[in-house]
Design a protein around this ligand. Sequence first.
Ligand SMILES: [Zn+2]
Length: 287
Amino acid sequence: MPGRSVSVGLARSAGVAVVAGLLLSSGATGGAAQGGVDYRPPSDALHRPLHDRLKAERWLERMQVVIGTFRLPRPVTLRLESCGEVDAWFEKRTVAVCYEYLQVVIRRIESGQLPPWVTADEALAGAFVDAILHETAHALFEQQRIPVLGREEEAADQVSAFTILTLGGEDAPGLIRGMAQLYLSWIGYYQSRPQRPLATGAAPGEARAHPTSGQRLYNLVCLALGFDRKAFTPLAKAVDMPEDRASDCAGEHEQMARAHRALIRPHVDPAREAEARRALRSFAARR
Ligand SMILES: [Zn+2]
């Protein structure tokens, strides 16, 4: 539930970024208030290049323009900070992404572990954009008192994916591939950790509020397939999406689109969508 505990899920229990120069100014066209940005200096020198790059390229400012399309009565500040663990979170009026969260992606890039179907830029941008959108979805649910049927963590994943698919245009697949890469990397991460089985025989991951990393991966790819089968079939093949799930994705997408129209759309400001689209697409720009 909302509060500091609302996080992307990897970290609390685990203990444990394109293009420069796109100047998207405060960008407000509708007069609505916009939250601030906060690039906190990293406590670990390892994260300094990440801090410097994202600040220079105005990643948080650009994401403020993206989330500016949501009607948040109390705008959130977007923050990058050192957390001492791999996490991203929302609390009150702050959405934060930890350097450690993005460093996981950097490590995979630098060690040559990225799958061949995703670029380094897509991997970093997908992880970053999704983390902000997922956490901002929690803020939207809370501030607008949006009813959530099912688990809030899944609903936040869906709002994030839906926003990218609908605003991203032809650049959406790159960001979705970056998100898929992240979930894929978590599967291996959890499998590599010794976990005490629960007395019921259930794996600990099954008791968590977040879907398992594999479920998040296939939920994402299924939603994308339902949105645009042609554009996302290569990704579905790359992640070995089972045919019996793939055949249902158009229906899954339609059901979610209906819920999105009823529950989320009333809280989206159409006047700010064009600039949100430009800001989002800046993350997918080729270098
Ligand atoms: Zn969450």
